[in-house]
Design a protein around this ligand. Structure first.
Ligand code: UT7
Length: 350
């Protein structure tokens, strides 16, 4: 059986920088609140004319493919992770295949939100290991800025998220001490509704009744896939019970990181770099402390980009690599937690 390695990595963030002070023009918030609770100073928002989740994914993919020393025509499978697709269907995978004029290869869309990239990487890893494919493009991209409530009502969610994309090319490697060592995927749907966007959807109020969702007018909200009532009551934006999410995140992140190390008979002392999903700087700092990692063992860039969900890990991995913080032979752990809940890790030797 083969192992897979990341042969090329790329990232793209839109040019438009939106600071915390810029957000204050739209909602009742402060730079101080945002920085203190999340560590975020600014984020990027995609261009309103023509920049989509897929076009950002394409920009990152072009760099990853070039760095892998191949062309788009060499790609034999696409895995695209996002929660903010260009269309409800079809998914971004086929739009990227078309935009990059790739062969008519398979395109799989992954919907695991913040864990999306690690899930996508894990799927690609299995296809490489089995020998089925030789060049898989894995993309994580988000255009959150089109789907957030920028009024004060939505401030607990909207200040966190940003736009961007990251991509990696996976190839087989025969080197003994290189590549993805293992991946670990988890889910627990018990809390599906505490970090979710309910509409448009086919829930028909079923889950709403069962889970007694706050602020949800069941008579009007679930009768149609999409309705005027949903718009009028602003039920078309993401909902998050931040404190509950935070509590579970700080429990699951360390667990899944340790799981990946133990599965490979390694310890935190062996870890060169942890790249956590950039959910909140306070979560990353908590995880660092809990695992007794040195500051230089954890990479964070949420300060500049906010939380870019499925794109956050590949953007951070790419930036760390560009800054020379990921070198050949390094042990790197990617770890994610988010809506679902889903959480996941991947341990790799660069
Ligand atoms: O990547 C997906 C996974 N998501 C996460 O991991 C997010 C985890 N959760 C968090 O990061 C934090 O819960 C948040 C940063 C989202 C919120 O921080 P918090 O300390 O949990 O704040 P809170 O929601 O409990 O709100 C505290 C107060 C409230 O006011 P009152 O009721 O105490 O008067 C909020 O209305 O802060 C208020 N608030 C804000 N104030 C200024 C909420 N959002 C804002 C805001 N600016 N943007």
């Amino acid at each position: 059986m083969f192992k897979s390695k990341i042969a090329g990595i790329g990232k793209y963030v839109p040019k438009n920088v939106f600071t915390n002070n810029d957000l204050m023009k739209y909602m009742d918030t402060t730079d101080e609140w945002i920085q203190e609770r999340t560590g975020i100073k600014e984020r990027r928002y995609g261009d309103r004319t023509g920049e989509t989740t897929t076009t950002m994914g394409v920009a990152a993919a072009k760099i990853a493919i070039e760095r892998a020393g191949i062309t788009p025509q060499d790609i034999d499978f696409i895995v695209f992770a996002t929660l903010s697709p260009d269309y409800y269907f079809p998914g971004c995978g086929v739009l990227l295949q078309r935009a990059m004029q790739m062969k008519d290869v398979g395109a799989l869309d992954v919907r695991n939100q913040c864990s999306g990239f690690v899930y996508a990487l894990s799927v690609a890893d299995q296809f490489i290991k089995s020998g089925m494919y030789k060049n898989i493009l894995v993309v994580g991209a988000e255009k959150h800025s089109f789907g957030l409530d920028f009024s004060t009502r939505g401030r607990n969610v909207s200040v966190i998220f940003g736009d961007g994309a990251g991509a990696a090319v996976l190839q087989p490697t025969e080197k003994e001490n290189q590549g993805i060592l293992s991946t670990h995927l988890h889910s627990d749907g018990t809390h599906a509704e505490i970090l979710a966007m309910y509409n448009p959807g086919t829930h028909a109020n079923h889950w709403v009744k069962e889970n007694k969702l706050a602020d949800f007018d069941e008579a009007e909200m679930g009768e149609m896939f999409f309705s005027h009532a949903m718009l009028d009551k602003a039920q078309v934006f993401p909902f998050m019970d931040g404190q509950s999410v935070f509590k579970v995140a700080v429990e699951k992140f360390p667990q899944v990181i340790k799981e990946s190390l133990e599965a490979n008979q390694l310890t935190t002392a062996d870890l060169s770099l942890l790249i956590p999903h950039q959910a909140n700087l306070r979560i990353a700092q908590f995880v660092q402390k809990k695992l007794q990692l040195r500051e230089d063992q954890v990479f964070n860039n949420i300060q500049k980009y906010g939380n870019t969900t499925a794109a956050s890990i590949p953007i951070a991995l790419c930036e760390a690599w560009e800054e020379g913080k990921v070198k050949e032979g390094d042990l790197v752990c990617l770890a994610a937690f988010g809506s679902g809940f889903t959480w996941a890790s991947a341990l790799l030797r660069w």
